[in-house]
Design a protein. Sequence first.
Length: 333
Amino acid sequence: MKKVGLIMRKIQFSENQGPRVFADRLKAIGEELGVDIVFISPERHVSGYDWVPGYEHEKGDLVNYDIVLDQIYQNNIEHVIYTVSGFTYLKMFLEKSVLFPHSFPDPALTGYEMMKPFYQMVDKAIVQTEFLKEEFARNFGVTDVNVIPIGFSESLAQKHFDPAQVVENRILWIGRDEENRRPDLVLKYAKQNPDKEVFMVFGGVRYRESMKKYDIPDNVRLQFALSQDEIFALMNSAKVYWSCSRFDTFAMPLTEALAMGKIIVKPEHPCYRHINARHSFSGNEENWFELVNMAAASPKSYSMDNRHYAFDQFSSRVMKEGYKNFFDQWLRD
């Protein structure tokens, strides 16, 4: 069985967020395809907070190279997928290394100036969307790029889909307490719309502490570190899924929300253009509140158009097909 190292930060493996979900899904797909996905991460933390000066994640990655290389060599690994730009310099040690970015040097994201130099060394990548493939070519001249979505779980999307459970005034938002994700906007919306029940779901337990700095309205329900099963159950009960981030590399909850037939309100930034099913509506800070209210007032409680579109474009079946084709080429020699 061929081995492939999947290199992520320790905090990404430890939290119930997109990176961990991707890692587990890739490992399961690897087993089906005869590829052993070996999880590799530094044992030491530099900081859990990438915005603290001097403790930015990329700097932490650089001082952890010895630990990461030790694990790679101990497992006799020649092929690695790394998910953060700080490990780009693995290219100097391992010819067969490919970046699957969990972030991207876009001005909307914290630390994008620090990310840019690392991307100068990238020559091969896997990305979640056609938009990111275009950005790699436009900004860094990288054209060896495969587009493979992080497929949602069809079994969970089938298990939890029950339109009779939809709560007509329930709005769902999934994100982090980070400036890019705009949790402040969601709280402002909730204060102005006390008739709505707003669920805010955070991937890590650490946000339980950071959210204490906000004045949380009575109609907001905070949830932390939910399992995928819990996410899909909650998603089924909401009528509207709202994303108000400035930029997204993964946008995983959006594809999951489509699969659950949610009416979608999303940013008009082109990084979300793949979320273009019939009942997905793009807006901005000026009109989001109105769009969310219009979606909540729709005579439709759910959208089968959105659900069919998601199953066709983003299911784990599509992800498996993508990695089968990729591994067939990449692991050939």
